[in-house]
Design a protein around this ligand. Structure first.
Ligand code: TMP
Length: 288
């Protein structure tokens, strides 16, 4: 079914190198051709995680065989800079939802499916860790497509609630804002790969960048920092601003949580947001 991973990786690697003018033109032609193929797929709603998991909102979820909105699970993402405590809060949220009787799938990005986990290693510590922001954004997007196709969308369609530690907002913040990619590049990529499958709720765990970096270093102890943790404070301050900007731009989807408070207080704020926005107890009752 089209573009092989090997071709894609070569394409990403080439993007991360400075091409000659002739090479640049050739790559632009290939990229345009690929975009046309992808657009056709979007139109047909096949593959690439592009089938609609929603039956409300933008009205795009009309496919036969999809669950009704009532029975479909909910997609919750946790976002934020380094050391914000997303993973701990994702575990606590999973436990709380499960205690109500909901089926829950906790997952993460990059990763969350076998293929995406392989890409995680390549991007964070392996051969792709020196790719440019553009090359990295494409790899994160490739991992996201596999994660959506194999983990997130099937879980939502069988009624499970999905809690993901990071998703597409991380690409907007890390590769877009902090990595200096043009907003149009990121928006195009998100449209092609995420499409209508946006989260129902995004919790942005916010704390000062220097505190987050200290926490991340303590958590990692003597282990090596990944390529993003190694960036200086200005990079991480840009990230923080980028996540807050996303929350301002999309208040219907995003809630900012003060992550400077204690773990219990953050968990309480997370739960309050989930209850207010998604009514998990009501969802359990509706299924009974
Ligand atoms: P983490 O799971 O420990 O947060 O590590 C994932 C790293 O990958 C983190 O530094 C953020 C980075 N990342 C991006 O740069 N772009 C992305 O799209 C995603 C999902 C993660």
């Amino acid at each position: 079914m089209g573009i092989s991973l090997a071709w894609f990786l070569v394409f990403c690697k080439r993007l991360s190198q400075a091409p000659s003018a002739a090479e640049g033109a050739r790559f632009a032609r290939v990229a345009n051709r690929s975009r046309t193929v992808l657009r056709e797929r979007v139109g047909k709603g096949t593959g690439f995680g592009l089938r609609s998991a929603r039956s409300d909102g933008d009205g795009s979820g009309s496919g036969a065989g999809l669950m009704t909105m009532q029975n479909r699970g909910r997609f919750i993402t946790l976002e934020g800079g380094e050391g914000a405590g997303k993973s701990v809060q994702a575990r606590r949220l999973e436990a709380r939802l499960a205690a109500l009787g909901l089926a829950v799938v906790r997952t993460r990005e990059p990763g969350g499916s076998p293929g995406a986990e392989a890409l995680r290693e390549a991007i964070l510590t392996g051969f792709a860790s020196d790719f440019s922001s553009a090359g990295q954004a494409l790899l994160f997007a490739a991992a996201r497509v596999d994660h959506l196709d194999r983990t997130v969308l099937p879980a939502l369609e069988r009624g499970a609630w999905v809690v993901s530690d990071r998703f597409a907002d991380s690409t907007r913040a890390y590769q877009g804002a902090a990595g200096n990619l043009p907003p149009g590049f990121i928006a195009d990529l998100e449209r092609l790969t995420v499409g209508p499958n946006r989260p129902d709720l995004t919790l942005i765990l916010d704390l000062p960048a220097d505190v987050g970096l200290k926490r991340a270093a303590e958590r990692r102890r003597t282990g090596p920092a990944d390529r993003f943790e190694r960036q200086g404070l200005p990079f991480h301050e840009t990230l923080r601003r980028a996540f807050l900007d996303i929350a301002v731009a999309e208040p219907g989807r995003c809630v900012v949580i003060d992550a400077l408070s204690s773990e219990d207080e953050v968990a309480a704020a997370v739960w309050a947001a989930v209850e207010a926005r998604l009514d998990p107890a009501g969802a359990v009752k509706a299924r009974a």
